[in-house]
Structures are given as C-alpha cells and as structure tokens.
Write a protein that binds this ligand. Structure first.
Ligand SMILES: Nc1ncnc2c1ncn2[C@@H]1O[C@H](COP(=O)(O)OP(=O)(O)OP(=O)(O)O)[C@@H](O)[C@H]1O
Ligand SMILES: [Mg+2]
Length: 154
C-alpha cells in the first residue's frame, strides 16, 4: 500500500504531453500518466484510477472533437495532494457537467465515460475559451489508500 510522502506533495509538479499528430494519443497519454505519476510517488491505486480517467477524457477528445482536430494536449499537475488531469481540444461543444445522466442498464454502448470519471474523480468539469477548451478532473491524493474509489465499482 503506497503513500505519497509529505515532501512529494508539498512540491508543485506539472507535466504536459502534446497529443495532436500522435498515431495513438490515448495509449500515449495513458502511458505518460503512468510513468509520471509513479515517478511523483503517487499511490498505485490512484495511478490506476488516473489512467482510467485519462483514457476516457482523451478518447472523448479524439472522438467528439474529431472535426476540430481531436485531442490537442494533455496535462497533469500535483500540488498539496490535489492531482489535476486536463485534456484540451478545439471543439466548441462542451460535455455535460458536472454529473451526466448515466445510461441505465449494462447494455448501453455509449455515454458511460463521464460517469466513470465522475465516480473516480473528486470533481470534474470543463473550461471553454475563445479557441479551445479544457476538460479536467481532479483527484485527491490520500494519506492512506483506503479512501481511494474502487475502479471496479464504477
Ligand atoms: N471533449 C468533448 N468535446 C465535446 N463533447 C464531448 C466531449 N467529451 C464528451 N462530450 C459529450 O459528452 C457526452 C458524454 O460523454 P461520455 O464519455 O460519457 O460518453 P460517450 O463518449 O458518448 O460514450 P463512451 O465514453 O461510453 O464510449 C458525449 O456523447 C459527447 O456528446
Ligand atoms: Mg466517452
């Protein structure tokens, strides 16, 4: 059971990855998130949850912003136990926020991504500016891993 050290969370850390032009932006972002968060000392369970969130947000940017160039950039920041995952794209439409209606039943083939994000993140949302938007999710790095939401329950 890993715990991030006080020294690790008291420092501000950021990491960014350009996604536009990559052949496989979802797997690239997920791999980048894994490597960076492990290097920052984030507990394994939270790294797993963060990777799921990254996959959903980048997949959404790839799919729903496709006419506007798909996923643009992916960023991570960690400060004072607050881990922020952010994915930008140039589509003017915004996802439902803060909590979308989840599709009923297990047969639904779409509309689950943001429900999973909502279940795993402390908060999520979207910031829209003149030429792009940022969809973000925020997790709290706990002192122990006992209060990390279980991805299997999402
Ligand atoms: N980056 C985005 N830009 C524009 N619209 C978005 C974006 N992300 C999500 N949306 C909108 O929010 C809806 C809900 O997203 P969600 O990820 O929950 O479901 P989905 O992508 O449709 O299906 P699934 O993720 O289950 O494959 C999408 O159908 C889309 O209309
Ligand atoms: Mg989706």
């Amino acid at each position: 059971m890993g715990t991030v050290t006080e020294a690790a969370v008291s420092r501000s850390r950021t990491s960014r990855l350009k996604l536009c032009g990559l052949d496989r932006p979802v797997s690239a972002a997920r791999r980048h998130a894994h490597d960076v968060l492990v290097a920052w000392g984030v507990p394994t369970e939270l790294v797993d949850n963060a990777e799921i969130i990254v996959s959903e947000l980048v997949t959404n940017a790839v799919q729903h912003a496709a006419p506007d160039g798909g996923a643009e950039e992916f960023g991570l920041s960690l400060r004072h136990r607050r881990l922020v995952i952010a994915v930008s794209d140039r589509a003017p439409s915004v996802p439902p926020s803060p909590r979308p209606e989840c599709p009923a039943g297990s047969e639904a083939e779409s509309g689950r991504g943001l429900c999973i994000v909502a279940a795993l993140a402390r908060a999520h949302g979207c910031m829209l500016s003149a030429d792009h938007k940022v969809v973000w999710a925020h997790l709290t790095v706990p002192r122990t891993s006992s209060d990390i939401p279980n991805a299997a329950a999402a």
